[in-house]
Design a protein around this ligand. Structure first.
Ligand code: DGJ
Length: 739
């Protein structure tokens, strides 16, 4: 049993293969956090609890004679505002009488087999594990009798995968309306830890660059208020031992499964205790809960590993690949595609596209994707968004005819859409100006000449569902790229009364999820790739609907090394949209070899984003070879265990995929800072079977797993601009001569 409750000590124990999570009800009725970390073999960890009278940390009224008892110093599971805990709170509500104080005490619990689901929100799926009885759900009810609020904290325990999920459901049991001003998904306290915080921040074209910092007595906030999880701050943070490396040390990961405004607060208090609160951003948020109503927070995925950052990443990769992404796509071979964007941007007609498709076929590409510019008056990014009808001047016969012609060439066909947006210069906007988010009497912020549709409105979602369904039914389409190209602002909706405007940002995300869910259900065979100007919505929430996401609008392979490496801390390779583009690169102007571009794109979904007409004969030959190589290796790449080998991307960036049975390995290396007369680069492999033998494919040389891991593999000297190589090891029955 992965969940146990000891009645006498009121202790809950949640156990996974390598971790243990304990919480308990204390004498005041408070739900205290007791322990999260490496498995402790059934030890009751309450022995670590210590209390003392800390100045200015008050006591619950009934415990005033016990001055060590204070909400301000006890490790908690779900902290509230106003009743003596001065650290960041998880829940803030205003009662009808204006009171903002809340005090939650334990009211009961339930354990069920299987994993809970969430209505209207993405969640980690647990059906298969439920059948195998390896996942259980614990739900604890906390109550504030004066406020008339119940909070149900749910924990999904994936014992085999070292994953625990958390979510909170806040119910109004009073007869009056309650205003929620903050409703985080989780709170956790680490009373004795000294941690570094790693977060993944960045900007458009440079997403998810890891930043590691020591936690001092202050609160660090990782946040997005952009209406999207954002390029700027991914909703994934790691707390780790300051000495933790890629391969050793305690690491904890917290991934919010949400695509909108989010906030992760990490604070270190007066005595060094560390608290993390994660959930929907409270700035601009408020939610009216009428009597009997409930508010469901998004889910957080938690994992602990004592095997360093690679170990932690492995846990997240596995749960996302197997329990969040639609496994029908994650597990199968997907076509190598050519995307039209960097090949022609807005400048195309049918003839040009068909010529591209012919070239694609000759290269061995299997799918042609028509990016932006095929609909309405969309001949630039100034107009047309919202008018989801093919531009027949450019594409006579529309997508139906084009898709038929593409299929006749033996290619599958994919198409770009950006449903949540509208240009002012569009028929949709002219007909429904009120469908765009905008504050009354105010000019909206404009970005890329576009406005954001009010996804809280049922009529907007209905319009989009009809448009998208028509497109997908009329033409033969196997793939959709679902884009989102600006941060949201002016979050005011004509759909909601004045006192509910603080709900717009979250209702927007719920509206997007509803639309995506309906499309997925209606067209389950179509692969949807998420995108938001590249990786602006690269999060576990989107992965629930779109098993892959365009990683970045920056296709420069050298920049991509940083972006994809940063992304890999939380997200598996099979989710990272990655293409070979032209050289010099369109975003940076940097020239790189085609071989290196191929190696980097193979650390993702692999495809092309260039004009094949501009290729030399030699480049065409190389691309055909790359596609063959990718198909030979894709099972290993998509399904293998991924390790970051180098500590950084300079001077070498190296990574590895090891097959699940540890018999086959692919090591990839790119040199980003080549020096003359340089030292040799020796790369130490990870995750192999030390007693097995591996043959290096090109040279035929045989090595033991132990030799490759502990002694390493030494690369030949590299030459030229940004050279790279792939080293493929396959199983080898025979051994090598022993010394
Ligand atoms: C942003 C995307 O990330 C690009 O790949 C491309 O699809 C453009 N939008 C099209 O407008």
């Amino acid at each position: 049993m992965s969940i146990r409750f000891d009645k006498e000590s009121q202790l809950f124990v949640l156990e996974t293969r390598n971790s243990c999570y304990q919480l308990r009800v204390d004498e005041t009725g408070l739900l205290r956090h007791v322990y999260y970390g490496k498995g402790v073999g059934g030890t009751d960890m309450r022995y670590r609890e210590k209390s003392s009278d800390r100045g200015f940390s008050g006591n619950p009224y009934d415990f005033q004679n016990n001055r060590g008892c204070s909400a301000d110093t006890m490790p908690q599971e779900y902290s509230t505002f106003g009743t003596g805990d001065y650290r960041p709170s998880a829940l803030e509500a205003v009662l009808e009488n204006g009171s903002r104080s809340l005090e939650l005490t334990y009211a009961g619990y339930q354990v069920e087999s299987g994993k809970y689901t969430l209505a209207g929100l993405p969640y980690v799926r647990g059906a298969q594990q439920a059948a195998a009885n390896t996942v259980q759900t614990l739900t604890i009810e906390l109550r504030d009798e004066i406020a008339g609020i119940s909070v149900f904290l749910s924990y999904g325990v994936f014992a085999e995968k070292d994953i625990i999920t958390r979510t909170a459901r806040i119910c109004n049991r009073s007869g009056k309306t309650i205003r929620l001003e903050k409703a985080a998904s989780m709170c956790i306290d680490f009373p004795y830890a000294s941690f570094d915080l790693i977060h993944f921040s960045g900007r458009h074209c440079m997403e998810r660059i890891p930043e590691r910092r020591e936690l001092t007595r202050s609160t660090v906030t990782v946040e997005s208020k952009r209406g999207m999880s954002s390029h700027h701050a991914n909703p994934f943070v790691i707390l780790c031992d300051p000495a933790a490396t890629e391969d050793h040390g305690d690491c904890y990961g917290f991934m919010l499964m949400y695509s909108g405004n989010h906030k992760e607060e990490v604070s270190r208090d007066q005595v060094g205790s560390i608290r993390l609160v994660s959930g929907i951003h409270d700035e601009g948020f408020c939610w009216l809960l009428a009597p009997g109503e409930a508010f469901q927070t998004p889910e957080v995925i938690l994992s602990y590993s004592s095997d360093g950052l690679n170990g932690l990443s492995g846990n997240f990769h596995r749960i996302l690949r197997e329990n969040v992404c639609d496994t029908r796509f994650a597990d199968r071979s997907l076509p190598v595609l050519l995307n039209s964007w960097e090949a022609c941007y807005f400048d195309f007609d049918t003839d040009k596209l068909l010529k591209l498709a012919d070239e694609a076929v000759a290269l061995g590409v299997e799918m042609f994707v028509l990016d932006d510019g095929w609909f309405g008056s969309r001949t630039s990014d100034h107009s047309g968004l919202g008018d989801w009808f093919a531009n027949e001047d450019r594409l006579p016969g529309g997508l139906k005819v084009l898709s038929e012609k593409i299929h006749e060439k033996g290619l599958q066909f994919g198409v770009w859409i950006e449903p949540e947006m509208v240009n002012e210069d569009s028929d949709l906007y002219r007909a429904h100006p009120d469908w765009a988010l905008c504050d009354p009497g105010r000019k909206p912020v404009i970005a890329r000449s576009q406005l954001v549709l009010d996804m809280t409105r049922g009529d907007v979602r209905e319009y989009l569902f009809d448009c998208i369904s028509r497109i997908l039914k009329d033409a033969q389409i196997e793939y959709v790229k679902w884009d989102f190209n600006r941060s949201v602002s002016n979050m005011w909706s004509g759909n909601l009364p004045a006192d509910r405007q603080g709900e717009v940002a979250h209702r927007f995300v719920l509206g997007v999820y509803e639309l995506l869910g309906r499309i997925r259900e209606a067209f389950p065979e179509i692969l949807i790739e998420g995108c938001a100007g590249g990786g602006g919505r690269f999060d576990a929430g989107m992965l629930f609907y779109c098993p892959q996401i365009w990683c970045s609008d920056n296709t420069d392979p050298v920049a991509r090394l940083s972006i994809q490496r940063g992304t890999s801390y939380g997200y598996p390779v099979c989710t990272m949209g990655s293409h070979v583009s032209a050289s010099p690169n369109h975003q940076t102007g940097r020239a790189t070899p085609l071989a290196t571009r191929g190696i980097v794109a193979m650390a993702g979904t692999f495809g092309y984003e260039l004009d094949p007409n501009r290729l030399t004969g030699e480049e065409r030959r190389q691309i055909r070879e790359q596609i063959d190589t990718y198909h030979r290796l894709e099972r290993l790449i998509r399904g293998g265990t991924y390790y970051r080998l180098s500590q950084d991307v300079h001077p070498y960036c190296s990574w590895e995929c090891v097959s699940q049975d540890r018999s086959e390995v692919l090591v990839s290396v790119v040199c980003t800072a080549l020096e003359a007369n340089a030292a040799f680069y020796c790369v130490k492999l990870r995750g192999l079977d030390p007693d097995r033998f591996y043959r290096e494919e090109r040279s035929g040389e045989v090595f033991s797993g132990a030799a490759l891991m502990y002694g390493g593999y030494v690369l030949d000297t590299m030459h030229g601009d940004f050279p790279g190589c792939q080293i493929h090891f396959t199983p080898c029955a025979g051994g090598i001569a022993q010394v």
